[in-house]
Write a protein that binds this ligand. Structure first.
Ligand SMILES: CC(C)(COP(=O)(O)OP(=O)(O)OC[C@H]1O[C@@H](n2cnc3c(N)ncnc32)[C@H](O)[C@@H]1OP(=O)(O)O)[C@@H](O)C(=O)NCCC(=O)NCCS
Length: 261
C-alpha cells in the first residue's frame, strides 16, 4: 500500500520510475501522526471523487477517513444520501483546529486559488494526496495542496506548484512545469517541456504539444489539441486549438498574443 500525504512543506520525490515506494509512507507518516481531522474543501463533483479516492487510503493507512466537507452551500450534499451528513461547515467561516488537514477539491482554478489563499491566511494546513495507482517518475516536485488521482502519470523532472489537481488518467510529460492552481481534467495529456502558468484549466481529453507555454488563467476546451503558445486568459478550443474568447476581462490580458490562435 503506498500513499503520499504531505502537509506543511513542498515535497520532492526522488524515486525510481515506478509507483511511490513504501519509503514515502515514512515521510507521510510524520505528518499523518499529527493529523486528527481530515476535511475536503469543496463538496462538488470533484470533492466527492476526492472523498472516494482518499477515504479508502486513509482507512487502510490510518484507520480513519475524511470526516467531512467544507462548502459554503449547506445543501451541497443534500441529494447524496451516503454523504449528506458530512457537510462540516462553510469555507468562509472555517477556523483551523490543531491537527486539521485539508484536501483541496475545487476544480476551477480561480476559485481554488482564492479559497486556498484565504484559508492559508487563516492558518489552515493543506495536505497533498497521490493515489497509489498514480505513477510518479524520478525527480518530481509536488507542491502543497495537490491532488493526484488514480492512473495519473507524472513523468520525470516535472515541477508542480501548489494546489495542482491531476484528474484520472491525466499525464504531465517530462520536464513540464505546472503552475499554482492548475487543473488537468481526466485524460488530458500535457507533453514534455510544456509550461502551464498559474491557474490554467485543461479540459478532458486534450493534448498540449511539447514545449508550448500556456499563459496564466488560460482555458483549454475539452478535446482540443494545442499546437502553439497560448496567451494569458485565452479560452482555446478545437483541433488545432483556436482562441474563441478571453476567460478573464482583465485588460492586462488583452496583449499581443504569443500565438496565432
Ligand atoms: C473551454 C470551456 C471552459 C469554455 O466554456 P465557456 O466559456 O462557458 O464556453 P461555452 O460553453 O459558452 O461555449 C462557447 C462556444 O464554444 C463551443 N464549445 C464549448 N466547448 C467546446 C469544446 N470543448 N470544443 C469545441 N467547441 C466548444 C460551444 O458550443 C459554444 O459555441 P456557440 O457559441 O457556437 O454556441 C468549455 O467549453 C470546456 O471545454 N470545458 C471543459 C470541460 C471539462 O473538460 N471539464 C472537466 C470536468 S472533470
Amino acid at each position: 500500500m503506498t500513499i503520499l500525504i504531505a502537509s506543511s512543506d513542498r515535497v520532492s520525490l526522488e524515486t525510481t520510475p515506478c509507483q511511490l515506494p513504501v519509503s514515502r509512507v515514512d515521510i507521510a507518516g510524520q505528518n499523518m501522526v499529527e493529523a486528527t481531522r481530515w476535511l475536503i474543501v469543496g463538496a462538488g463533483g470533484f470533492g466527492r471523487e476526492v472523498f472516494s479516492w482518499t477515504s479508502g487510503q486513509l482507512r487502510a493507512t490510518l484507520s480513519c477517513c475524511p470526516v467531512g466537507f467544507l462548502d459554503d452551500d449547506p445543501k451541497s450534499l443534500a441529494q447524496f444520501p451516503s454523504l449528506k451528513e458530512r457537510w462540516a461547515g462553510p469555507i468562509s467561516t472555517y477556523l483551523p483546529q490543531h491537527g486539521d488537514r485539508l484536501l483541496m477539491a475545487i476544480g476551477d482554478p480561480t476559485s481554488k486559488l482564492a479559497v486556498g489563499d484565504a484559508l492559508r491566511a487563516r492558518g489552515a494546513v493543506f495536505a497533498s494526496f497521490v493515489h497509489p495507482t498514480a505513477v510518479i517518475a524520478h525527480d518530481v516536485h509536488i507542491g502543497v495542496g495537490c491532488i493526484i488521482c488514480p492512473f495519473a502519470v507524472v513523468c520525470c523532472n516535472v515541477r508542480f506548484g501548489d494546489f495542482v489537481s491531476m484528474n484520472v488518467g491525466s499525464v504531465a510529460g517530462h520536464d513540464s512545469i505546472i503552475g499554482d492552481g492548475c487543473t488537468l481534467s481526466p485524460h488530458s495529456d500535457v507533453a514534455g517541456q510544456v509550461s502551464l502558468k498559474r491557474g490554467v484549466f485543461v479540459g478532458c481529453q486534450t493534448a498540449i504539444l511539447p514545449k508550448t507555454q500556456i499563459g496564466e488563467f488560460a482555458r483549454i476546451g475539452a478535446g482540443s489539441v494545442v499546437i502553439n503558445h497560448v496567451s494569458p486568459g485565452a479560452s482555446m478550443m478545437g483541433v488545432p486549438a483556436k482562441r474563441i474568447s478571453w476567460s478573464q476581462q482583465d485588460p492586462d490580458f488583452d496583449q499581443p498574443e504569443l500565438m496565432a490562435g
